[in-house]
Structure formats: structure tokens, C-alpha cells
Design a protein around this ligand. Structure first.
Ligand SMILES: [Zn+2]
Length: 215
């Protein structure tokens, strides 16, 4: 190889290296890790909002605690390396159809709706719902139920099937958490505490992570 030939090959090498770096940056920007597989996208759906308060019991408005838990879970999931979208990030009204459209249009990997329960007044503790005939939804719901119950240590009311709009109309595995009962004096006192909501958020994030790791 003569001198000019070697220069040419060094030039090609530099161009190739620059292209590889750019491809890496671009790939990361659109959510693909070094393995080339898309990083999972978690859609968090804080129930209610705006004029739709949800349950309001014992001085707690459901829409407010749902949003706070979801925002905490978002931070935790992002720290784990997941991409996260939210159906609302503040106290605004979003229809159920809009919530599903946000998840479906973004191509979310999983959909996790965060609610808290009310009534019957003698009930307390945690339930997670999934759609009928959705084995993946059931597994997602199960991991979230385990994650939350293990951390907040309130009564485990189990994982159940339920015909709910957001579960039926989201195109990906979906689960709906009913964290605690605002009508229960102990549940209501606990969820008014930021530390307790943080634990619930940790349960949601761990549950989503465990499901995504199990696929
Ligand atoms: Zn609700």
C-alpha cells in the first residue's frame, strides 16, 4: 500500500467511526439501547383528575394521591432505565378514551393505571385488576400486586379480572391498581403520608420491572 492508499484507508476509518458514533447517539435518542432492542416504554395512568375527583373520603381526594404515586413511580422507573409516559402529569381531566389513545399511539410496552378504592366501608387493602383473557395482563397485575403488598403491608385482596374501559382498550398488557381504601380510617391515614405513597410507588415500579424482566 503506498502512502496515498494508506491515507485513504485512514480517512475511510475515521468516517466509519464518526458514523458509528452518530448511529449510537441516534439509537439512544429513539430509545434503543446498545443491544439494539427497544427499551421498554411504561405508560403510567393516574386515575381521575380535574373535575373528576374520584373517591373523596377522610379528607383525601383520590385524584391527588393517584397522581403523586404515579409521579413517584415515574422517577423510580426512569432511574431503572425505562422510558415512561404519563396520561396526565398534573390535575387535569383526561377521558378514558384519551388515556388509551396516549398509550396505544406511543406503542407502550405496558399500561399501569393507578387508583385508590372506596367502599364498602369495612374493606381495607390492595387489589390489582386485569382484563379477561389476558395472560400477560394477569402476570403484570400479579407482579404489581406482589410489589405493592410487600412494601405497604396492607391486606392482600388479590388479583382479579374486571371489565374496565382502560384495561379493555389498551393494546398492551394492562393492570389497574386499587392501592388502598380511602374509606378505611387506617388506609386513609397512611396514604396521606408521603412516605407511604413512596412505598406504593416503589411497589408499582418493582412490579412493572419484574414483569418486564420475566418476558
Ligand atoms: Zn379511581
Amino acid at each position: 500500500m503506498d502512502f496515498r492508499g494508506r491515507e485513504l484507508w485512514i480517512g475511510i476509518g475515521i468516517v466509519a467511526a464518526v458514523l458509528a458514533v452518530l448511529a449510537g447517539i441516534l439509537g439512544f435518542a429513539i430509545g434503543r439501547g446498545h443491544g439494539g432492542a427497544a427499551r421498554p416504554l411504561v405508560c403510567l395512568d393516574p386515575g381521575h383528575g380535574g373535575r373528576d375527583t374520584g373517591a373523596r373520603e377522610n379528607g383525601v381526594a383520590e385524584k391527588d394521591v393517584n397522581l403523586d404515586i404515579a409521579l413517584r413511580a415515574k422517577q423510580l422507573l426512569e432511574a431503572m432505565g425505562y422510558r415512561v409516559i404519563m396520561t396526565r402529569e398534573n390535575d387535569t381531566y383526561v377521558s378514558l378514551a384519551q388515556r388509551c389513545a396516549i398509550a396505544n399511539q406511543a406503542g407502550a410496552t405496558v399500561f399501569v393505571s393507578i387508583h385508590n378504592n372506596a367502599r364498602p366501608p369495612d374493606a381495607a387493602g390492595t387489589t390489582t385488576y386485569h382484563n379477561f383473557n389476558s395472560p400477560n395482563g394477569e402476570r403484570l397485575a400479579t407482579y404489581i400486586q406482589w410489589g405493592v403488598v410487600a412494601r405497604i403491608k396492607r391486606p392482600d385482596r388479590g388479583v382479579k379480572e374486571k371489565n374496565l374501559y382502560v384495561l379493555r382498550n389498551s393494546a398492551m398488557p394492562a393492570a389497574l391498581l386499587e392501592g388502598v381504601f380511602l374509606t378505611d380510617a387506617t388506609d386513609a391515614r397512611l396514604i396521606a403520608q408521603a412516605q407511604f405513597r413512596q412505598k406504593m410507588a416503589e411497589g408499582v415500579a418493582a412490579g412493572a420491572r419484574d414483569y418486564l424482566n420475566s418476558r
